[in-house]
Write a protein of this length. Structure first.
Ligand SMILES: [Zn+2]
Ligand SMILES: [Zn+2]
Length: 87
């Protein structure tokens, strides 16, 4: 059976592959933060802790849409209720 070896440490078995370059890497070289090899891809412009601005902007849009829909639903219910009571 073929055992993958770390690209940096030929004596160490690889525990996984780099998410960026796909090379087998051992426990020492595996960067748990971003799933990349620590010495080659870990530092290259890959920011695992990016600010959550896009997500929060997305959610604020969703929340405002839901608020608008909720307001419309309440308005509709009020109109329906008024129509029911007017008969
Ligand atoms: Zn890599
Ligand atoms: Zn290694």
């Amino acid at each position: 059976m073929d055992v993958y070896r770390c690209m940096n440490h030929p004596e160490a078995p690889a525990i996984g592959q780099c998410r960026r370059c796909g090379k087998p890497i051992c426990n020492d070289c595996y960067n748990l933060d971003n799933g990349c090899c620590r010495y080659r891809c870990g530092e290259i412009g890959y920011a695992p802790h990016t600010p959550h601005r896009p997500k929060s902007a997305f959610w604020s849009v969703i929340v405002s849409l839901l608020a608008i829909l909720g307001g419309l639903a309440v308005l509709l219910l009020a109109i329906c209720g008024a129509m029911l009571f007017s008969y």
